[in-house]
Design a protein around this ligand. Structure first.
Ligand code: ATP
Ligand code: MG
Length: 435
C-alpha cells in the first residue's frame, strides 16, 4: 500500500482482512483495492512475483514476502445474468463504488493508515451487534449472485452472527437460486458453515436452504423415530450431533449424514439391523457428496465413518480389536472418540451418561492397543502365508482361511501371538478338519 501511495495512487486493505482485524482475528488472506490500473500495478511491482490470471477483472496478485496479496483496481460490476457472474466489469475511480458491490456490510469496509477505517454501510456497528446484513437490497444482491446466500450462512456460523431480518427473509425467499451455482462452490461454503461454531443454529434456522442443496435432509425435519413421543426429531439429533463433533469437514459431514437413511429405512422395515441403516446412510452420503463434487478421499472417509458408526461393541476388547482390524487403527479411534461420542451425546434418552462412560472405556482400550501395537489384523500375526506353506500347509484359498482363524483366536485370547504357538494351533485346525 505504501508503494502504491508513493507512486501517487490510492490503496486500501478491503474485505475479510479488515473485518477480521476489527474482530480481533487473524486475516485468512489480504485484499487490496486501488485506483491504479493493472498495468500500473505490474510496473510498480515489477521486482515482485505476480500472478495475472485475474487481470481481466482488474486483479493482480502480488507476492510480497511469500504472501499473495490480491491487488484489484476499483471496479463496479455490470449486469448479472446467470446468478453468479457479472456480464462485464468496469474500472472506476471511487472507492465507494467498489465497496458498494461487496456482499455484506461487515465485508464492505476499507482501511488505510492515512484514512483509518472507511465504513459507508455500518459494517462496524454490525460487527458489534453480530449481524450479517446485505449491502443494499437483499433480493437484488442474492439475485445477482446466489452464492452470497451460502456465504451469509457461512459467516453467520463461523462468527456466531445472526442474519439480519430482511437479509434472512430474502435468503429463504431466494434459496432456489442456489440451483444456478456450481456444486464445487456450494460445497466449499457448506463445509465452512458446518465447521463454524454456530453450525447447529444456522442449520436449523436455514434448514429449508440446506434442503435445496441436499434434498434428502427434508424428510428428516419432522421425523420422529419411535413415534411422536420420542423426544426429538431425527433432524434435531443430526444437528446436535454436528455440534458435538470437532470442527473438521469429514467429522461434521459424517455427523450430518450418519442417520440420513433412517426415514426410508423405517418405511421399508429395514431398520431392525443397525448395520443396515449405517450402510444405507453411508451410501446415501456417498451419493450426496459425489453430487456436490467433494474430493474423493473425503467421500471415502465420510462413508467409512458412517458405515461403522454403530459397530456393535458389546464384545468388549475383542470387538474393539475387530473394529480396528476392519477400518484401521486410527479410523477406529476416530469413530470411538468422535463419531460415536457425538452420536450418543446428541441423543435424548435416559442412560446416555452410562453409555458415554462405557464408550470412554472402549476408547481407552483402543488407545492402549494402538500404543502397545497389539495384533488386530492378519499382518499383525507372528506368522504369514509363506510360513504356513513351508510348514506343509496346502496353498491357495486355504491359507487365507487359516490365517483368519488364527487372527480370531489371537483376538479372543485363545492362542498367543507367537510363531510356535500359532503353528501348532494351525496344525490343530487342520487335524480337526481332516477328522
Ligand atoms: P475469508 O476470511 O474467508 O477470506 P472474505 O470475506 O475475505 O472471507 P473472500 O472470498 O476472500 O472472502 O472475498 C474477499 C472480499 O471480496 C469479501 O470480503 C467481499 O468484500 C468480496 N466478495 C467476495 N465474494 C463476493 C461475492 N460473491 N459477492 C460480493 N462480494 C464478494
Ligand atoms: Mg479473504
Amino acid at each position: 500500500m505504501n508503494r502504491l501511495n508513493n507512486t501517487g495512487f490510492k490503496a486500501y486493505a478491503v474485505g475479510g482482512c479488515v473485518r477480521n482485524f476489527l474482530m480481533g482475528k487473524a486475516a485468512k488472506d489480504f485484499d487490496v483495492a486501488t485506483n491504479a490500473m493493472p498495468e500500473s500495478i505490474l510496473n510498480i511491482f515489477a521486482d515482485c512475483k505476480t500472478v495475472t490470471n485475474g487481470i481481466k477483472h482488474g486483479t493482480v496478485t502480488v507476492i510480497v514476502h511469500g504472501e499473495p496479496i490480491e491487488t484489484t483496481t476499483f471496479r463496479r460490476d455490470g449486469k448479472y445474468l446467470d446468478c453468479r457472474r457479472p456480464m462485464s466489469v468496469s474500472f472506476c475511480s471511487e472507492l465507494s463504488e467498489d465497496l458498494k458491490r461487496r456482499d455484506f456490510t461487515v465485508n464492505a469496509m476499507a482501511y488505510s493508515d492515512g484514512e483509518g477505517v472507511i465504513d459507508y454501510f455500518g459494517g462496524l456497528q454490525d460487527i458489534k451487534r453480530g449481524l450479517i446484513r446485505c449491502v443494499g437490497e437483499p433480493d437484488e444482491r442474492f439475485g445477482e449472485d446466489a452464492l452470497r446466500i451460502m456465504r451469509a450462512l457461512r459467516f453467520a456460523s463461523v462468527y456466531g452472527f445472526s442474519v439480519e431480518d430482511k437479509t434472512a427473509l430474502s435468503i429463504h425467499k431466494n434459496k432456489r437460486l442456489l440451483n444456478n451455482i456450481s456444486a464445487e462452490r456450494i460445497y466449499l461454503e457448506l463445509v465452512q458453515a458446518l465447521c463454524g461454531k454456530d453450525a447447529a443454529r444456522v442449520l436449523d434456522e436455514f434448514r429449508d436452504v440446506f434442503a435445496v442443496i441436499i434434498p434428502q435432509l427434508e424428510p428428516c425435519f419432522d421425523f420422529f423415530l419411535y413415534g411422536e413421543n420420542h423426544r426429538q426429531t431425527l433432524w434435531e439429533h443430526m444437528i446436535r450431533a454436528v455440534d458435538k463433533a470437532m470442527p473438521k469437514p469429514e467429522l461434521r459431514l459424517a455427523m450430518l449424514l450418519h442417520d440420513i437413511a433412517k426415514t426410508s429405512g423405517k418405511a421399508s422395515g429395514k431398520l431392525k439391523s443397525c448395520s443396515v441403516h449405517a450402510e444405507m446412510s453411508a451410501d446415501i452420503a456417498g451419493a450426496i457428496l459425489t453430487g456436490l463434487k467433494a474430493p474423493r478421499k473425503l467421500i471415502d472417509k465420510v462413508m467409512l465413518l458412517i458405515n461403522y458408526h454403530d459397530y456393535p461393541l458389546n464384545g468388549g476388547e475383542g470387538s474393539v480389536k475387530r473394529l480396528m482390524g476392519m477400518v484401521g487403527k486410527e479410523n477406529a479411534l476416530l469413530i470411538l472418540s468422535q463419531i460415536r461420542r457425538a452420536d450418543i451425546a446428541a441423543q435424548n434418552e435416559v442412560g446416555k451418561e452410562k453409555r458415554l462412560e462405557e464408550l470412554k472405556e472402549y476408547e481407552d482400550m483402543c488407545r492402549n492397543f494402538i500404543s502397545t501395537g497389539v495384533c488386530v489384523d492378519i499382518s499383525g500375526l507372528d506368522i504369514n502365508g509363506d510360513d504356513l506353506i513351508s510348514s506343509g500347509f496346502e496353498g491357495g484359498r486355504n491359507i487365507g482361511v487359516i490365517l483368519n482363524s488364527l487372527l480370531d483366536a489371537v483376538i479372543d485370547g485363545r492362542v498367543e501371538n507367537k510363531r510356535e504357538s500359532l503353528l501348532s494351533y494351525a496344525e490343530n485346525i487342520k487335524n480337526k478338519k481332516e477328522d
